[in-house]
Design a protein around this ligand. Structure first.
Ligand code: B12
Length: 284
């Protein structure tokens, strides 16, 4: 049964790949519809089944992973289906996929780490290979932000100790704040109280903010880093007052040795690892 399913899924994936690329080439070439401009999907119920069948129709894409993506199962989440829906500007289908998983018992953190983050990374890869435009990238980042805001908290059964608090920041001038937002919400679900410091604050000020707040943990999320000596000074200043520093985001994830050379205590390559490391580093 299992191997038959795997075979049919592989076969379908082989078929869909070229069809999807073909659709995509046509759309990128012709400018394509904008976000939410798919009148055919307007008013459709946010049901996983209808989202799946609509995607299968339009992208020729299997959504077997949705059907088998039960909580606790090892099945992949429908990253490809979500990316397809987002590229098509079909918000109903995208919402349907995500909400179906939540209704099936997925935690918000799992949706972030296993679906939204990989989907956004996939969009970056499509841009690299010329299958998505930079306008697609901006539009989809906005759509993912909207989906993130729709998700209700899913509190952890065994939260961290009361009084656990964390300051989370992005460096100034770094517009990539989706990761910080996801991490903040995932930590809140794990029982932390959080303070976010946006990209408007200069790195030099951040150490003062952290020292004033006295959290149990400081998290830095970055896709684009300021000069490294500035980052190293910030990390050193925070650690000097015995607050552990956890880092993450594309700038660190792509150079796994960087966090150590800058003096940080740990690197979280996704939000799930981040939540585990936060507990461990802060002894909560
Ligand atoms: C969407 C996007 C944008 C959007 C950002 C919208 C927004 N509000 O966030 C826009 C269009 C604005 C943008 C702009 C730019 N971008 Co951009 N962007 C992306 C893209 C496609 C996705 C980023 C994203 O949101 N991912 C989803 C989030 C959820 O993932 P994440 O941040 O990694 O977070 C996850 C984990 O890393 C972790 N995490 C994140 N932070 C932390 C922190 C801690 C402590 C922990 C534990 C965990 C953790 O948890 C999250 C969930 O699992 C990536 C491509 C990619 N492959 O990532 C490029 C990318 C990040 N961008 C990049 C670049 C270079 C730019 C520009 C400089 C391009 C340019 N030349 O103009 C500009 C920035 C201009 C500026 N002012 O500096 C590069 C960064 C290069 C690098 N450091 O290696 C990337 C990787 C693309 C590439 N070229 O490879 N971008």
């Amino acid at each position: 049964m299992r191997s038959a399913m795997a075979r049919s899924s592989r076969a379908a994936t082989g078929r869909t790949s070229s069809r999807w690329d073909e659709n995509r080439r046509r759309r990128v070439g012709s400018g394509g519809p904008g976000l939410g401009s798919n009148p055919a999907s307007a008013g459709a119920p946010l049901a996983l089944a209808s989202a799946s069948s609509s995607l299968t129709r339009r992208c020729g894409m299997t959504t077997t992973a949705v059907a088998t993506g039960r909580v606790g199962s090892a099945a992949r989440l429908p990253v490809r289906g979500l990316v397809c829906a987002l590229l098509e500007g079909d918000e109903e289908a995208a919402d349907g996929l995500v909400m179906g998983l939540v209704a099936a018992g997925r935690s918000r953190m799992s949706v972030f780490a296993d679906l939204l983050h990989p989907a956004q990374a996939q969009v970056g890869n499509l841009w690299y290979s010329g299958h998505a435009t930079s306008a697609d990238e901006v539009r989809i980042a906005a759509a993912i932000r909207r989906i993130v805001a729709l998700l209700e908290p899913t509190p952890a059964p065994k939260p961290v100790r009361r009084g656990s608090s964390c300051v989370i920041a992005v460096p100034h001038d770094d517009p990539h704040d989706l990761g910080m937002t996801m991490l903040t919400l995932a930590l809140q679900d794990d029982g932390w109280s959080t303070v976010q410091v946006g990209a408007a604050r200069a790195l030099a000020d951040l150490a003062d903010v952290v020292r004033d707040r006295r959290p149990q943990l400081f998290c830095l999320s970055a896709a684009v880093l300021p000069p490294l000596p500035q980052v190293e000074r910030l990390i050193g200043a925070v650690r000097a007052v015995r607050i552990p520093v956890l880092v993450g985001g594309a700038a660190f994830g792509r150079r796994p040795d960087l966090h150590g050379s800058l003096g940080a205590d740990g690197l979280g390559t996704d939000v799930r690892i981040g939540v585990v490391m936060a507990r461990r580093l802060a002894g909560r």
